[in-house]
Write a protein that binds this ligand. Structure first.
Ligand code: C2E
Ligand code: MG
Ligand code: MG
Length: 390
C-alpha cells in the first residue's frame, strides 16, 4: 500500500520543516507548501490523506484556505495549527465542519514532537487518495457505473423517470461516490469524457427500460457547464439521443451553477440549441451556490430542482417551508416544472405535494439503485399501485 500523503501549508519555515521531518519519519509522503496559491497545483494530483494547515499565512488566512478546500469538495482530513489562542482554533475548526470538511483536530503552537506523532497516528489512511491516473484507468477500463433514483409524480402516483448518478466501484476503496472524484475529474479536464459516458449509458438504459415496460420514462443526467460550453456538445448530445432511440423530450440535462452560467463561454447558445432540439433543461440544486434568479431569468430552463438543504427541513423549519413554497410558486409563474430533492418521509411528500410540486425525488421512495435493482423496485412499485387501485 502506498504511503499516506500529507500536505503541510505554513509560511513559517521552521515549523513547516519540523512537521515535514516528523511526518516523513512516520512514513508519510510529504508535500511542503508555503503559500495558499501553491495548493491548486498540488491538489491536481488528487486530495492527500491529510492537510496540516496554519491559520496565519502570509497571503490570506487559513479560513480562506478552508473555503477553497470546501469549494473543491476536498475529502482530506484537515489539522489546524495556530499560535493564536485555542478559541480561534476551535471556532476555525467549527467553520471547517460547517463547510462540510473533515476536521481531524487542532494543534496549538508551539507543539511537541510527541503531540504531532499522536496526531499523525490518528489519521485515517484512505489507501492513497484518488489520482488523475486512477481516473484515466477507470475511464479506459469502463470501471464507472450508474445508479438510478426514481422521480415520482405525487398526484398521479406514477414513476415519471429517474436521475442517473455516477459511482465508482473501486477495488480497494469500495463504492466511491461522485463527491470524491467529480471535482478531480473537473479540475483535470477529464469531466467531459465522463459526461459523454454518463449520457450514452443513461440514455440506452432508459430506452431499454421504456421498451421493456411500455412506459415512456424520462432520464435526467448531470452535465457540468464546462462540458455544455464545448463546441461539439450539442451535436454529440443530439447524436447520442438518436443512437439510443430516445426522443429528446424524454431527456433532462441537469446543470448546477458552480460558477455563474452566464460567465461560461458558449453555454447560453448551447442551452438554447438544446431546448430548440426538444431537450429539457433543469437548474439543479436551486437555492445553493451560484444557482440564482439571474440564471433562471436569462437561461432557457424548463425545470427547477429545489435543493435538499431546504426540502429536507420543511417540516421542522418554518423558513425552509416558506422558501420551498415560494420557489414552487415562482417556478410555476415562470412556466417551469418543479422537482423537490431529498424528500425522506411521508410527511415531506404530503407537504411538497400540497404545495403543488410536480415531481418528488428522495429516499422516501428510493435511494439511488443499480440498474438491475431499479428494475425490481419498478416492478414492485407498479404491482403495489395496481393493487391499491383495485
Ligand atoms: P445531485 O445531482 O443534486 O443529485 C442528488 C443527490 O442527492 C444524490 O447524491 C442523491 O443520492 C442525493 N439524494 C437524493 N435523495 C436524497 C434524500 O432523500 N436524502 C439525502 N440525504 N440525499 C438524497 P449523489 O449520488 O451522492 O450525488 C451528489 C452529486 O454529485 C449530485 O448532486 C451531482 O451534482 C453530482 N453527480 C452525480 N452523478 C454525476 C454525474 O454523472 N456527472 C456529474 N457531473 N455530476 C454528478
Ligand atoms: Mg442532479
Ligand atoms: Mg441536486
Amino acid at each position: 500500500m502506498p504511503s499516506p500523503r500529507l500536505f503541510v501549508l505554513d509560511d513559517d519555515p521552521v515549523l513547516r520543516d519540523f512537521v515535514s521531518m516528523v511526518a516523513q519519519k512516520c512514513d508519510f509522503d510529504v508535500t511542503a507548501l508555503t503559500r495558499p496559491s501553491e495548493l491548486p497545483d498540488a491538489l491536481a494530483q488528487g486530495d492527500p490523506d491529510v492537510i496540516f494547515l496554519d491559520l496565519k499565512l502570509g497571503e490570506g488566512t487559513g479560513v480562506d484556505v478552508l473555503e477553497t478546500l470546501a469549494g473543491r469538495s476536498c475529502r482530506s482530513e484537515v489539522v489546524l495549527m495556530s499560535g493564536c489562542d485555542q478559541r480561534v482554533l476551535s471556532s476555525s475548526a467549527r467553520i471547517g465542519e460547517d463547510l462540510g470538511l473533515r476536521i481531524g483536530g487542532t494543534l496549538p503552537k508551539p507543539f511537541k514532537t510527541s503531540q504531532l506523532k499522536t496526531m499523525l497516528s490518528g489519521i485515517t489512511h484512505t489507501g492513497g487518495a484518488l489520482t488523475v491516473e486512477d481516473i484515466d484507468e477507470a475511464i479506459q477500463r469502463d470501471a464507472f457505473c450508474l445508479f438510478y433514483q426514481p422521480q415520482i409524480d405525487p398526484v398521479a402516483g406514477t414513476v415519471h423517470g429517474a436521475e442517473a448518478l455516477i459511482r465508482w466501484p473501486h477495488a480497494s476503496k469500495g463504492m466511491v461516490g461522485p463527491g470524491d472524484f467529480i471535482p478531480l475529474a473537473e479540475s483535470s479536464g477529464r469531466i467531459s469524457e465522463m459526461t459523454y459516458w454518463v449520457m450514452r449509458t443513461g440514455f440506452s438504459w432508459c430506452a431499454a427500460l421504456s421498451a421493456r415496460t411500455g412506459n415512456r420514462l424520462r432520464i435526467s443526467v448531470n452535465v457540468p457547464p464546462t462540458s455544455v460550453g464545448l463546441p461539439d456538445f450539442v451535436s454529440r448530445t443530439v447524436a447520442m439521443a438518436e443512437a439510443s432511440g430516445l426522443e429528446p423530450e424524454t431527456i433532462v440535462l441537469e446543470l448546477t451553477e458552480s460558477s455563474p452560467l452566464t460567465d461560461t463561454p458558449g453555454v447560453m447558445a448551447a442551452l438554447s440549441r438544446l431546448r430548440i432540439a426538444g431537450f429539457d433543461l433543469a437548474l439543479d440544486d436551486f437555492g445553493t451556490g451560484y444557482s440564482s434568479l439571474v440564471g433562471l431569468h436569462r437561461m432557457p430552463f424548463s425545470e427547477l430542482k429545489i435543493d435538499r438543504s431546504f426540502v429536507g427541513k420543511i417540516d421542522k423549519d418554518p423558513d425552509a417551508r416558506k422558501i420551498v413554497e415560494a420557489t414552487i410558486s415562482l417556478a410555476h409563474v415562470l412556466g417551469l416544472r418543479t422537482v423537490a430533492e431529498g424528500v425522506e418521509d411521508a410527511r415531506g411528500v404530503e407537504m411538497v405535494r400540497d404545495m403543488g410540486c410536480d415531481l418528488i425525488q428522495g429516499f422516501h421512495y428510493s435511494r439511488p439503485l443499480p440498474a438491475e435493482r431499479f428494475d425490481t423496485w419498478f416492478t414492485d412499485w407498479r404491482t403495489e399501485t395496481a393493487n391499491a387501485a383495485a
